[in-house]
Ligand binder design. Structure first.
Ligand SMILES: [Zn+2]
Ligand SMILES: [Zn+2]
Length: 126
């Protein structure tokens, strides 16, 4: 039998990239109506610990789960919350390691913006 963790992992793999736990719960409930939020959270953090998911935590907004594990950073629209991947033209982790003079266990970088569609909407409202 498929475990809940395998089920949640298979749903997130087919979901849009950069999903919150609440959005994922909605998708899961189409098939498993009685799935609890706590179960989703517990399995998401287990999957992050196993390195199958990346969790992007930004103060003030819900954590975002990402199935793309290759190095990349994120830019988040401060109006609508949409998330886009950003490929840096250099390896940030080695630059940071050098600057800090320590072997880093982790770092976080999230850029904020007003995305083009929110900007266009703001222009129209003027
Ligand atoms: Zn936006
Ligand atoms: Zn991403």
């Amino acid at each position: 039998m498929q475990s809940q963790k395998q089920y949640i992992y298979s749903v997130i793999l087919h979901a849009p990239p950069h999903i919150t736990a609440a959005q994922l719960l909605q998708l899961c409930r189409r098939e498993k109506a009685d799935l609890a939020m706590g179960t989703v959270y517990r399995n998401l953090s287990a999957l992050c610990e196993e390195g199958k998911l990346r969790c992007i935590e930004t103060p003030g907004i819900p954590a975002i789960y990402d199935t793309t594990l290759t190095p990349h950073e994120h830019i988040i629209c401060r109006r609508c919350g949409s998330v886009r991947d950003v490929q840096l033209p250099f390896a940030l982790d080695s630059l940071l390691t050098e600057a800090a003079g320590e072997e880093l266990t982790d770092y976080s970088l999230t850029m904020g913006c007003i995305c083009p569609s929110c900007r266009a909407r703001a222009e129209n409202e003027k």
